[in-house]
Design a protein around this ligand. Structure first.
Ligand code: ARG
Length: 514
């Protein structure tokens, strides 16, 4: 493209600040500046904002009744053209807002189309759009998380009274119910949904009307715009409204935290699925084969979740670094907020359904888990606590139980192989000789878990109670996940497949790896 052609394109398309500029942008600047490749997915929200803004202009007397009607028709037509891909950004459109203004003018004509920009800036526009977009996707991710929690709950109920080795430092520690171990992954995910709901309360303020930074002189009513866009109120400070991104960063933290929570669960599934553990089998539909080793069945979903956690953390870290040290009011650095959270949302929305599928089709080798549960002297604490209940100070009880472990270990035995004489000898001086063998009553895994019956413990009745409470939390949080962030006059965006959004949604992971 020669320079003359470029300048004329600039006149034609990049005229948002044409007045004082002798030439259009250099091609290098245009390429750097352009964001339509990622922000076009905000087009529907932008049109919704424009509709609300047009009505605010109408109420302020800046658009006549007839003009407003024609403007609304033009915006409907623009939405139709966006939906059908008849209208798409072209090379010279800097961002989605530039493209949509061009589209509107081509439909409504210069005079009418050119009126919509009054009293708003791309700064308050973009700050509003990212909020609208995130609020919608937060609900989608919340729903997906709740379906995952449902799957964990169903598996926990199926696991019934199955006991498994509980570990600390990856070493056998104390027996726990499989259901208890599984539910330990449900609670962090429920807190993530709770975080989203709580975040939504803070982000529920519209910056529309803040203008470039200081507000507008045109007497528009930001409250009405906020209302149409489904916000409960308007930001209190126009500089803050256009330039803060702490709420985007807060969303980004929750997304990264979800990644970390999924990654912890993944690691467990990956280890349980090894030949050495053999606690769990993955369903064929949710595991992958190897292109060279026919025997392989790989936990790719769990591994991808673990890997993608790194990427989700990276998005948050990059965003935080972008925000650090910015002058207060809009700076173009802020354009960098979007790709970080778009990537997080795309990542989670494609990951969560696969993860839920994997979890709900896991099959556990409960016999193997039960047989491993008491091994590795996992009942040593039970011996110590039995002694405590018989009046022995814990410091001594710990030592006496340790002596039992030492003796059993030296014989290559487990604790329950010690005989009555062994217990009587070890406990001598603390427990009457004839009572000592009664310790055997706690040397069973069922007895061990049943005894841990304080709130939050692994006793079956406590775990049943915990599952009931988790279900209630799911129901409560569903109120948020299934709610709509859209106000009465808000037209829900239809999914146009032009952006990355559509491609990622439709993509299926292929099944074979090395
Ligand atoms: N595309 C920008 C963003 O995403 C908004 C445009 C603001 N541009 C400006 N020169 N004030 O943040």
């Amino acid at each position: 493209m020669d320079m003359g052609q470029q300048a004329s394109h600039a006149d034609e398309h990049l005229a948002l600040w044409g007045g004082r500029f002798a030439s259009g942008p250099s091609p290098e600047l245009a390429r750097l500046s352009k964001s339509t490749q990622f922000d076009w997915r905000l087009a529907d929200d932008d049109i919704a904002g424009s509709r609300a803004h047009a009505r605010a202009l109408g109420r302020a007397g800046l658009l006549g009744d007839d003009e407003l009607r024609r403007m609304e028709d033009a915006l409907d037509e623009l939405q139709r053209q966006v939906d059908s891909h008849e209208f798409e950004p072209i090379e010279d459109d800097e961002d989605e807002a530039t493209a949509l203004e061009r589209g509107l003018i081509s439909i409504a004509g210069d005079d009418l189309g050119g009126k919509l920009r009054a009293g708003r800036s791309r700064n308050d526009q973009i700050a509003t759009l990212i909020r609208l977009w995130l609020r919608r996707h937060a609900r989608c991710i919340a729903s997906q998380l709740l379906r995952l929690v449902d799957a964990i709950i169903v598996q926990s109920q199926r696991a019934g009274g199955c006991v498994m080795p509980g570990r600390t430092h990856m070493q056998h520690a104390q027996p726990v119910l499989l259901a208890h171990q599984l539910m330990a992954h449900a609670w962090p995910l429920l807190r993530d949904v709770d975080r989203l709901q709580d975040w939504d309360r803070r982000i529920d303020q519209s910056p529309y009307g803040s203008g470039a930074l200081a507000g507008s002189t045109l007497g528009l009513d930001p409250r009405a715009v906020a209302d149409e866009l489904g916000f409960s109120s308007v930001t209190d400070n126009s500089i803050d409204g256009t330039s803060s991104r702490d709420l985007v960063a807060e969303f980004s933290f929750v997304a990264a935290m979800i990644g970390v929570d999924l990654s912890r669960f993944s690691e467990e599934i990956i280890i349980w699925n090894t030949q050495e553990f053999a606690f769990v089998r993955l369903d064929d539909a949710y595991s992958t084969g190897s292109s060279i080793m026919p025997q392989k069945k790989n936990p790719d979903i769990a591994e991808l979740a673990r890997g993608k956690a790194g990427r989700l953390i990276g998005d948050l870290t990059g965003l935080m670094a972008t925000l650090k040290g910015l002058p207060t009011a809009y700076a173009r650095d802020l354009q960098e907020d979007k790709e970080a959270v778009f990537d997080q949302v795309d990542t989670l929305e494609v990951l969560l359904p696969a993860f839920t599928g994997m979890v709900s089709t896991l099959s556990f080798d409960t016999q193997r888990m039960e047989s491993q549960a008491p091994t590795g002297f996992a009942l040593a604490t039970d011996i110590a606590e039995w002694l405590v209940k018989s009046g022995v100070p814990f410091r001594h009880a710990h030592e006496l139980s340790g002596a039992c472990v030492k003796l059993a270990e030296s014989r290559g035995q487990e604790l329950w192989n010690l005989d009555d004489a062994d217990f009587s000898r070890i406990f001598a001086g603390f427990i009457p000789q004839e009572k000592a063998p009664e310790v055997r009553s706690v040397l069973s895994t069922q007895g061990s878990v049943a005894a841990r019956n304080g709130r939050g413990g692994t006793a079956p009745e406590r775990v049943r109670e915990q599952i009931r409470d988790a279900r209630a939390s799911v129901r409560r949080l569903e109120g948020f996940a299934l709610s709509t962030s859209d106000g009465p006059a808000y037209r829900p965006p239809r999914h146009h497949t032009g952006g990355q959004e559509g491609t990622l949604r439709g993509r299926r992971e292929s099944g074979v790896t090395a």
